[in-house]
Write a protein that binds this ligand. Structure first.
Ligand code: NAD
Ligand code: SER
Length: 312
């Protein structure tokens, strides 16, 4: 059986995706890879892999007989605004190397897009599946380009590329990697450790969000869906819940009544958030491959607090 390669596997999504793939397909079929170590304690096999090195990407795909790639290596929105040219280079070049390897070696390829692929000219609630995409962040520019490149490799070369536009993702296994929605993870750590949190977004900034178990399941389900059902194969809107920092804090206070939140707004991340969707219309994902979220705000908060209590 061919192996499943996860690039950027030590990150927020990869940490949980690798575990889920190992449970589903067996440890011997999963190859986790990242530019940084830290994956050594992951289930499955781990290799160091800088996806900027095209030869090494090809070598790994060939040597380990890879049949499916989940390409998660990327620079996220807030970090990208601090080093835009570097973020463009990493996000585009790593993708091109992986697309090329998928083409050469006949692999299926999952590439995540994001709510960041939309901009201030897009309807925010709901954001249609097919709509204006004029993002104002470097991260968003790379996400739109990635959606188009994946379409191109599918139509031009027949590569089985697929992708989801993820909302902000909330999880407990790994810390988020420099995004605008990171507050929705940090808040839980601070609530349990210190009983208070200073939020870098305004209290009323509503964004689309999803709990990681739903995100991981969505990626795997999309990769398993019959190809002939997928009309929007590289950029399905998916959603699970919508909230602003004040509403998340209120939900946490139902379990930790002494928890306090205050605000020290970061203008850069606030501007990014203000340009992003509040709610994605996920009807295409529902219709084409049966997407359905399982966690809303209340279920997510209960599970996050219980999982983090065990870990902290
Ligand atoms: P993350 O920052 O937590 O992890 C990214 C990983 O990529 C890191 O472990 C990093 O070491 C690795 N990496 C960076 N450069 C690399 C390179 N040259 N070669 C190999 N590995 C490299 O990010 P994440 O949250 O896990 O996101 C993964 C993907 O999902 C990204 O494309 C991101 O844009 C997308 N996404 C994430 C979210 C979210 O909320 N986390 C939402 C929407 C989309
Ligand atoms: N959570 C991601 C970020 O904030 C969205 O893609 O960058």
């Amino acid at each position: 059986m061919k192996r499943i390669l996860v690039t950027g596997a030590v990150g927020q999504i990869g940490t949980e995706l690798v575990t889920a793939l190992c449970e589903r397909f067996g440890h011997e079929r999963i190859l986790a890879a990242d530019i940084r170590g830290g994956g050594k304690n992951m289930p499955g096999q781990f290799v160091l892999l800088d996806c900027l090195d095209a030869d090494r990407v090809n070598q790994v795909v060939q040597k380990y007989d890879v049949g499916t790639i989940y390409h998660l290596a990327a620079i996220l929105s807030a970090t990208a605004e601090t080093k835009p040219l570097w973020a463009y280079h990493v996000n585009m070049q790593t993708l091109l190397h992986v697309l090329d390897a998928a083409h050469k070696f006949g692999c299926s390829l999952f590439v995540p897009s994001s709510i960041g692929a939309f901009g201030p000219g897009t309807p925010r609630d709901p954001t249609p599946q097919d709509t204006i995409q004029r993002p104002t962040t470097m991260y968003g520019i790379t996400k739109v380009a990635a959606e188009l490149l994946c379409d191109y490799y599918h139509t031009r070369y027949g590569v089985d590329t697929r992708g989801l536009r993820f909302p902000g993702l909330i999880s407990y296994s790994a810390m988020p990697g420099g995004g605008t929605t990171d507050y929705a993870v940090d808040i839980f750590h601070r609530a349990l450790r210190e009983g208070k949190y200073t939020c870098f977004l305004h209290e009323d900034t509503t964004l689309d969000m999803m709990y990681m178990p739903d995100a991981v399941r969505a990626a795997i389900e999309l990769m398993e869906a019959p190809a002939d059902l997928l009309h929007h194969r590289n950029a399905f809107n998916v959603t699970a819940m919508q909230f602003c920092p004040r509403e998340l804090a209120l939900e946490i206070q139902r379990h930790l009544p002494d928890f306090e939140i205050d605000y020290d707004v970061d203008p850069v991340r606030q501007a990014i958030a203000d340009s992003w969707p509040q709610r994605l219309d996920d009807s295409a994902a529902k219709t084409e491959w049966g997407w359905a979220p399982r966690y809303g705000l209340q279920e997510m908060v209960i599970d996050m607090l219980s999982q983090l209590r065990k870990r902290l």
